[in-house]
Design a protein around this ligand. Sequence first.
Ligand SMILES: [Zn+2]
Length: 310
Amino acid sequence: MTMRDFAPATSLVDLRFQGHPEYIACYVLHTSRGIALIDPGPSSTLSALEESLRLAGFSFEAVTDVLLTHIHLDHAGATGSIVRDHPDVRVHVHARGARHMVDPTRLLASASRLYGDRMDTLWGEFIAVPTDRVNVLEGGETLALGGRELEVAYTPGHASHHVSYFDPDGGLAFVGDTLGIRIDNRPYVMPVTPPPDIDPARWTESHRKIRAWAPDTLCPTHFGPARPAEAHIDEHEQRLAGWAAGVEEAVATGADAQERARQFALQVQRDIEGVLGKEQAAGYAAGGGLTDSWHGLARYFTKRATKEQQ
Ligand SMILES: [Zn+2]
């Protein structure tokens, strides 16, 4: 539970989700007005986040803004709890995600189908954010945060409501899950493609937008600053294309989905271990939900095929 600085006035907190190090990062921007958090993580790690700030000499009272890349529980779950306890905090989120932050009923129902009775242990509470605390983003905005300016880009692909943030002064791109999982700058980038709204076609445009920023450093939530940015984006784009081609072929030939998902997970796991070794690869598969990633892509290609038939 420590906060570490990795760029001027920019830190990260390892939330140690379920006791695992290097699993979920919350990025912390120090501004002239206080602190902005990029993806505060789930409620289950909120006390760890508060404690980390406190140990580094900051009070949670200093938090002015919460910037969400997207509303998946591991990124955004604590937001409502933070606003309840600190009613002045502003929440920035894409328009397609904003309504679920204001009324999380549907979001929680779909998450409950996935996680069942583990919902509470894994994520903790997810409470609504009052409408008047939400700044709705479309992409293309510049956010003024106490002497710092952050550019916003709409970057769908992993989620239909995903945005990324760019700090031009530091050359830092906060990309959420748009550029996959890469733990501690290890030489392996793994896409994350779970249901329900994976879209490889729109993802291409998101890669292009992030490249156009020419960032020095990428800041994926899972986990930690990654460099050089261009090679990381290339690797993500190529690996995603390879995954998509395999799943598209399986869907077209009517292969057994469960079996293909299982084979895919084993194959990716072997691939990562081949590059990183067993020990360094462990965190990737644990966080990756590889069979989910197969199903996320399969859902896209199945939907597209159904549309084409109509
Ligand atoms: Zn996500």
